[in-house]
Design a protein around this ligand. Structure first.
Ligand code: DUT
Length: 160
């Protein structure tokens, strides 16, 4: 069973009223990264390729705090700290307005016990402007059986 947005909201912070949805909680965009170097997925481990944060366009006197993204693939970091409670698994979907603008977020499984500010693959199929802090995704929780809780290399990531 999927949980209500009112349940999910207790596991996401900080949060504003307009992020609460019937079936989940909207996540907002913090930083957009561009990958520079190849990564590696091995049989025994992995390496994440070097990346650089995209500039915000304040200096060019465009809208402040806005990413102007040409076609391409980017890593988007969400602003919110998320914890996946025991007995649950998390899924993130793109906000439909992102998809309707020819962009997509690809995501993986959010494990029970994970805590951090996670990331997603932002595919831009048509140039788009996204303001920093704008809602781009929605997090939902499904009830799930599991034996262990998440204890991988991304535990506690991007928390100051
Ligand atoms: O779209 C997603 C999906 C998951 N996560 C977070 C939550 C998840 O619990 C954690 C680890 O994901 P996964 O288990 O897929 O990572 P891995 O590549 O197997 O690495 P490790 O074994 O070090 O955890 O990353 C994200 O940030 N974005």
């Amino acid at each position: 069973m999927f949980r209500s947005g009112a349940f999910v909201v207790d596991h996401v912070s900080p949060i504003e009223e307009n992020q609460l949805q019937p079936n989940g909680v909207d996540l907002t965009l913090d930083v957009v990264f561009e990958q520079l170097e190849p990564g590696r997925i091995g049989r025994d481990g992995k390496e994440i390729g070097d990346r650089v944060a995209r500039p915000l366009e304040e200096l060019e006197q465009k809208d402040p705090d806005t990413y102007y993204l040409p076609k391409g693939a980017y890593i988007a970091r969400y602003s919110e700290r998320i914890e996946i409670p025991e007995g649950h698994v998390g899924f993130v979907y793109p906000r439909s307005s992102l998809m309707r603008n020819s962009c997509m977020l690809n995501t993986a499984v959010w494990d029970a016990g994970y805590e951090g500010r996670g990331e997603g693959l932002l595919q831009v199929h048509h140039d788009i402007q996204i303001e920093r802090g704008a809602r781009i995704a929605q997090l939902v929780f499904a009830e799930a059986n599991h034996e262990d809780v998440y204890d991988g290399s991304y535990q506690g990531e991007n928390l100051e």
